[in-house]
Design a binder for this molecule. Structure first.
Ligand code: SF4
Length: 245
């Protein structure tokens, strides 16, 4: 099996409890959602090459044929012997669940960054990913086109499938936007509280029409969330602060 990959590069994780760890990032194209604050390019056509950064942080890329095999992907992603893990990101990597399943021979832990709305993909990868950074998308985040409940239930199902075990860590990341409803947050936490090691509240990075959130608003949500989940942290996007990928 082969899959298209947009880019592969080495950087450090910029979000969540693993912030600062050096990772090889594998960015898949396309996504099944359209979040209001999305900063990832959506355009993609099958003629595009996979861009591979030659030296970490250089911005100098070589072209690699697409689609790519699991073996070739691992050969590239594992070139840097200092990485902590391989981040599978997007777009939405669970669109390629059966491909990711074939990465089981990876020498480094697979770290999955996902919107958690594709439980069939979650089933495909549950035995190969060691760390799951799972978003829970709430009403304020996307236009669900009157299908919020369907996505909500699919997300809860994915957390159940990819829940924290002795084999796998799983934490939840929720983006805090100015119009996020505390009620929606608490409803989501009720569904997933037994499945995660931590909740990360990530104040949205203001982009386009999305404005900044106040510290009081975020701290109030943290107070409420700590009644349900023991470990609740507020961690903004750090890679944006120092301009790395
Ligand atoms: S799930 Fe991620 S990649 Fe997809 S639209 Fe939302 S922010 Fe963008």
């Amino acid at each position: 099996m082969k899959a298209p990959v947009r880019e592969i590069f080495v950087s450090v994780q910029g979000e969540g409890p693993y912030v600062g760890y050096r990772q090889a990032f594998v960015r898949f194209p396309k996504c099944n959602l359209e979040c209001l604050y999305c900063d990832t390019a959506k355009d993609w056509d099958s003629n595009k090459k996979c861009m591979v950064e030659k030296t970490p942080g250089s911005g100098d890329f070589a072209e690699e044929e697409n689609p790519i095999t699991p073996g070739r992907l691992l050969t590239i992603a594992e070139r840097d012997p200092k990485i902590h893990s391989i981040s599978l990101t997007g777009g939405e990597p669970l669109l390629y669940g059966s491909f990711i399943k074939e990465l089981k021979g990876a020498k480094y832990p697979l770290y999955l960054e996902t919107n958690m709305t594709l439980p069939e993909g979650a089933k495909d990868v549950k035995d190969v990913v060691k760390i799951v950074s799972g978003d829970f998308k709430l009403k304020a985040h996307c236009d669900f086109k009157n299908q919020y409940e369907k996505y909500f239930n699919a997300t809860a199902r994915s957390f159940s499938i990819l829940r924290r075990t002795s084999f796998r860590d799983c934490f939840c990341k929720i983006i805090v936007t100015p119009d996020l409803e505390k009620e929606d947050l608490m409803h989501a936490l009720d569904q997933i509280k037994g499945t995660i090691s931590a909740l990360v509240l990530q104040p949205v990075t203001p982009v386009g029409p999305v404005g900044q959130v106040s510290p009081k608003f975020v701290l109030d949500l943290q107070t409420a969330a700590m009644d349900v989940v023991e470990d609740v942290r507020v961690i903004p996007q750090t890679h944006r602060m120092w301009g790395c990928l």
